[in-house]
Design a protein around this ligand. Sequence first.
Ligand code: GLU
Length: 283
Amino acid sequence: MRTRFAPSPTGPLHLGHAYSALLAHDMAQNAGGEFLLRIEDIDRSRARPEWEAQIYDDLHWLGLEWPEPVMRQSERLPVYKDALTTLGEMGLLYRCTCKRRDIEAAVSAPQEGSGPAFGPDGLIYPGTCRHAGHSDSNAALRLDMVKACDMLGTPVLAFSETGAAHKGSHQITPEELIHRVGDIVLARRDMGTSYHLSVVLDDAAQGITDVIRGEDLYQATKIHVLLQALLNLPTPTYHHHRLIRDAAGKRLAKRDDARAIAKYRNDGASPADIRKMIALPRT
Ligand code: GLU
């Protein structure tokens, strides 16, 4: 078993991250496997070297170790570009110049039936640029989901989940991908890639067998399994874990500095105290 923790260096690690990292580490250790770290720093406007340094420091303090060198997404842009070229040559991508407000305006136009539909990435794209033939190299790249499903030709995709909330084997139908996911962005204008594309290529490159991450990413998994099928990559087993919430039941976010691991460290907590707070057994 090979697991990973893949934080974005855009803020302090909090108790939710500690849970994810420790769980991925413990599961690998219990199976005699390996735990890897990956820095997801493709969002250059938000990633900061000081947050990355704090991530290493907090994780070491928690007692975690990982092989060096650590994979950093900012160093893998050529790999992402190659995959986009492949998908482009398969005829599955188109350029999109829509701003968020254009999409909001398009989907809020009076329609028959129910209101706007949401997918894993928010509003499902109404397809405005699908046949526009834009050539602006600065535009975002979207996946044409109908073409992607046609190309695969297989009726359903499948993945296994070991997390308690969704345990079992899951099937993903083309209808679900077309109507409940839609034409997702695979390369953002400002990044040249996207979370979905990078995570799939990196999990494959690192030979990850079990992706352990928060429940908030469960819905994104169907996108990842689809991309694996299109790019001929193996599908790992997924494990989506419960989210750590504050006393009011609200999920922790990066801005919840009050729950930062660094804050507990400064207040004199031990790594064992952190494990206790998030109800993880000692190792
Ligand atoms: N980088 C993502 C985050 O910090 C995690 C991605 C993943 O585990 O798939 O939320």
